[in-house]
Design a protein around this ligand. Structure first.
Ligand SMILES: *Cc1c(COP(=O)(O)O)cnc(C)c1O
Length: 369
């Protein structure tokens, strides 16, 4: 029996960072400052540098990061926010928690929100001011087009970069066109911590300042609460750990890219479609989605028997989730529905070795549909 491949290899990751991590935890433990101290401050500086944006403000998780962005940008109750039906539920949940109303626009052929359809929606509904696009799977949306839309329609944009740290479009980092961007450090993400974590990024000092107030009860000075904030702070321990992992991120991104290139070249099956990354972009390859014509179940079972785990992102569209079925507006979602029915994500974590990558490719190519 061949050894099972895993979807994310936390044990090899831990081996790699164990020594440095234990040292970092010891440093924080001794230091005695566990919340909002020097570790958070220096990680924020390093994250902003890595990203190429002036300000990074950490918070408790990616969900809160999106909510904090929308609140910094003054989203009003019931205000409409265009977003994608195909994403983690958190994208729309954050919009709802910030008081907004998601308006769902269909995706394109690779599962990204279709910016042409966004424009049609804006032409029909001139009252819409907000857009929360998602760089899904690590694919970078076309930032030139996004910028055009922003200027033409006076849009306020929060880029959901939870899956896309390191991704670029036309040589510019994702998150650099929106007014603000949100990222998650959930353990499975490309930059993960040992627990929950998140951050917002922005070019504007005033939004960074506001985000700092909002993440910690909304006080602008001690015991003076100007805003109804959250308790959403990144722990010092997580910040110390993330600094270690951030140093390795470029290497890990290159490994993901290498695996993606092999999949793209070597997976060859008439019923498997590989949606390529957008032109002029570098994907962060958080996930490697393929579309299965025929029985998705049979494909997944075949891979499972070969020791290859798969996941689906996402089997159910956000507007169909029971928690919000009442509350949403959407038009035709044909492409997104195709993804919900046909998408399968293959393992692409950076600790896969060549022979495992070969096994995954072989398993795909030998599926008898
Ligand atoms: C993971 C994720 C989030 C939420 O991040 P959490 O840290 O889990 O709250 C939001 N949007 C997308 C696209 C995600 O993948």
């Amino acid at each position: 029996m061949k050894k099972q491949i895993v979807f994310n290899d936390f044990s090899l990751l831990w081996q790699e960072v164990r020594k440095d991590t234990l040292r970092a935890i010891d440093r924080v433990g001794k230091n005695g400052q566990y919340i909002l101290g020097e570790e958070v401050k220096s990680f924020e500086k390093k994250l902003a540098e890595f990203w190429g944006l002036p300000y990074a403000v950490t918070c408790g998780n990616g969900l809160d990061a999106i909510e904090i962005c929308l609140r910094c940008l003054n989203l009003k109750p019931e205000q409409k926010v265009i977003t994608t039906p195909l994403s983690a539920f958190a994208t729309s949940l954050a919009i709802l928690r910030a008081g907004g109303q998601p308006v769902f626009v269909d995706t394109d052929q690779r599962g990204l929100i279709d910016l042409e359809k966004v424009e049609q929606m804006l032409q029909k509904n001139p009252d819409i001011r907000f857009l929360v696009p998602v760089h899904l799977y690590g694919y970078a949306l076309n930032l030139k087009r996004l910028k055009q839309l922003k200027h033409t329609y006076g849009l306020t944009i929060v880029e959901d970069c939870a899956q896309a740290i390191g991704a670029k479009s036309h040589n510019r980092p994702v998150g650099s066109v929106g007014d603000m961007a949100a990222v998650s450090f959930y353990p499975t993400k490309n930059l993960g911590c040992i627990g929950d974590g998140g951050a917002v990024l922005t070019k504007q000092a005033k939004f960074a300042r506001l985000a700092k107030y909002l993440r910690s009860y909304g006080d602008t000075e001690k015991y003076h609460h100007k805003y109804l904030g959250l308790n959403s702070r990144l722990d010092e321990i997580q910040a110390a750990i993330l600094k270690i992992r951030l140093r390795q991120l470029p290497k890990r991104l290159r490994q993901r890219q290498k695996i993606a290139r092999r999949y793209g070249q070597e997976i060859n099956h008439s019923k498997i479609t590989i949606p390529s990354a957008p032109d002029d972009s570098d994907s962060s390859w958080h996930l490697f989605p393929v579309l299965i014509k025929g029985s998705r179940r049979s494909f997944q079972m075949h891979l499972k028997k070969a020791g290859v785990p798969t996941l689906i992102h996402y089997p159910k569209l956000i507007p169909q989730q029971p928690a919000i079925r009442q509350a949403n507006i959407f038009a035709d979602l044909t492409n997104a529905s195709t993804f919900a029915r046909q998408e399968v994500s293959l393992p692409i974590h950076p600790y896969l070795n060549d022979s495992q990558v070969e096994r995954i490719i072989l398993a795909c190519n030998t599926w008898k549909k």
